[in-house]
Design a protein. Structure first.
Length: 404
């Protein structure tokens, strides 16, 4: 006897067929046992199976639980004042040079205790969970010294399981240069102290960096990537957001899980990503908040065959957003993704960007029973509504985690 049987639903499994990228099964049923899916098929095919609990969904749509594969969820304070500066015409670079931006959050994050950071991050995670998120990536990067980075990663680890959400932690090793720091000494500290300590304590599964003119050079990023690989950590990269420094090609050379932002990606970079299997993570919240005009080259990514994920980039400065369904709408409206691409971008492709495709992002036997139940007439509504409040029911590891 199974733990649970969900019936009377239409399911987007994300198991693609030749004519259906979403793997839709109408009038379906889902068997769950031990927190995992054991069977999914037409309702009539599961009619003879028994379960301790049977849930009929009255024709609702079911998708995998949403996956937010790029966030900076843990931080101290906020940067609401920069919103006014940006509306007055200040650029990202101008705000940073005036003492705002990342370094202002660093000061507040360093000053906050782990308990304070955990409390504020939990509130943000609750909001994202209510929008349908069952898996989330959380970066460090607002510490800029080993002790503060480790503090952030400990908070990320403490968040794991809150509201039924699986947390994947990333060391954002090169985010910004601390005030008055020597560049070579700082990168050397990250390579020789921060990364080995994080790896030894198991606080993160991958290492990230900001490859940009106001961030770090490809050579500096490469030093960090080499250290990450040496210590058994995956890599990902903030690349081609404000300019093209060849970050996507660098990420692909190191078989990065993802390259993120990509507004200035070129054909060579897209081809390298496709060959390496590196996922493109699109972040429409940052594009919107920064009032950018150059969109990520979605047609180029399609042509190259690069999988496209969509994430919130939740952070205090350039994407203070707490709704992944809103990002799905923005990805279709601002970037030109199809509704199907937006759904895949927050499920199967987002799972690939986190190295979790073996267990999440798809509804099939053996996968984690993370589901969202949507009271909608068709899946296109997920990229249509502005301000969609989230799923009617969110299920994590087979258990209800929120009902509306």
């Amino acid at each position: 006897m199974w733990d649970r049987l969900i019936t009377d639903c239409n399911v987007a499994t994300m198991v693609a067929t030749d004519d259906d990228p979403l793997g839709i099964i109408t009038n379906a049923a889902i068997g769950i046992d031990g927190g995992r899916i054991v069977r999914i098929a037409k309702r009539t095919e599961l009619a003879g199976f028994r379960a301790c609990e049977v849930t009929a969904l009255d024709g609702a749509w079911v998708t995998p639980g949403l996956i937010d594969c790029h966030t900076h969820l843990v931080f101290g304070g906020n940067r609401a004042d920069e919103h006014a500066m940006r509306r007055a015409g200040a650029s990202y670079e101008e705000i940073a040079k005036a003492g705002g931006g990342i370094l202002s959050t660093v000061e507040k994050t360093r000053a906050a205790s782990e308990e304070q950071l955990l409390a504020s991050a939990r509130r943000r995670l609750d909001a994202l969970a209510s929008s349908g998120v069952t898996t989330i990536e959380v970066k460090s990067g607002y510490g800029l010294d080993p002790d503060s980075e480790l503090k952030m990663l400990r908070v990320a680890r403490a968040l794991d399981g809150h509201a039924g959400v699986k947390v994947v932690a990333t060391l954002l090793a090169l985010h910004a240069l601390p005030a008055d720091a020597d560049r070579s000494h700082y990168v050397d500290m990250v390579v020789k102290k921060t990364i080995p300590t994080v790896a030894a304590e198991g606080l993160a599964t991958s290492v990230d960096a900001f490859c940009e003119g106001i961030g770090f050079t490809p050579a500096e990023v490469e030093a960090v990537f080499t250290a990450a690989r040496h210590h058994g950590l995956g890599v990902r990269l903030h690349a081609e957001q404000l300019s093209n420094l060849g970050g996507a090609r660098l990420a692909a050379r190191y078989k990065a899980l993802s390259a993120d932002h990509l507004e200035h990606l070129d054909e060579e970079g897209a081809a390298a990503m496709a060959a390496a299997g590196t996922v493109a993570v699109l972040l429409p919240g940052a594009f919107y908040c920064l009032r950018e005009t150059r969109r990520p080259p979605v047609d180029l990514l399609r042509k190259a065959g690069v999988a496209m994920a969509v994430a919130t980039d939740c952070n205090p400065g350039t994407s203070p957003t707490l709704s992944l369904p809103l990002m799905m709408n923005m990805a279709t409206t601002l970037f030109g993704l199809t509704p199907e691409e937006a759904i895949m971008g927050t499920t199967i492709h987002a799972a690939r960007a986190l190295g979790l495709a073996h267990e999440r992002g798809v509804l099939s036997p053996g996968k984690s029973a993370d589901l969202c139940v949507w009271k909608i007439e068709g899946l296109a509504e997920l990229g249509y509504w502005i301000g969609l409040p989230g799923p009617h029911l969110r299920i994590a590891a087979g258990q209800d985690r929120g009902v509306k």
